[in-house]
Design a protein around this ligand. Sequence first.
Ligand SMILES: CC(C)(COP(=O)(O)OP(=O)(O)OC[C@H]1O[C@@H](n2cnc3c(N)ncnc32)[C@H](O)[C@@H]1OP(=O)(O)O)[C@@H](O)C(=O)NCCC(=O)NCCS
Length: 112
Amino acid sequence: MDAFVYIEEGVIIGDRVKIRAFTFIPTGVLIEDDVFIGPHVTFINDKYPRVGREWKLLKTIVKKGASIGAGSVILPVTIGKNSLIGAGSVVTKDIPDKVLAQGNPAKIIRRL
Ligand SMILES: CC(C)(COP(=O)(O)OP(=O)(O)OC[C@H]1O[C@@H](n2cnc3c(N)ncnc32)[C@H](O)[C@@H]1OP(=O)(O)O)[C@@H](O)C(=O)NCCC(=O)NCCS
């Protein structure tokens, strides 16, 4: 894991995971084995953030072998096994296994 990766309490990270610099991983994120997370990736666990109010913790799963491109923003979703998220994407919906998805909002471009 590179420097300046911020990981909050309760995050689970599998084996052989590579996390590049300046990535933010809050509580509620589960990262399975063999995942690559590029630099400056931001995960989100609260869809309606407000100061000083109750909030709902939302969960994200990144499945085995998936890769997330640099600078992507990952809303609370599941990213499927061996899928690839293009750089600079905003992922708002679940991504199935073994696809390339990219853009804002991220769309499936093709199967891998
Ligand atoms: C998404 C990705 C895999 C596509 O690679 P590719 O299949 O070789 O695609 P190309 O470079 O041939 O581009 C194909 C089209 O997709 C567009 N495109 C490429 N990457 C894109 C991205 N991240 N988001 C949106 N569009 C993208 C290109 O502009 C091009 O558009 P066009 O057809 O209108 O000309 C790659 O660009 C990418 O973002 N990889 C992640 C890399 C990364 O973050 N690594 C981290 C380590 S530093």
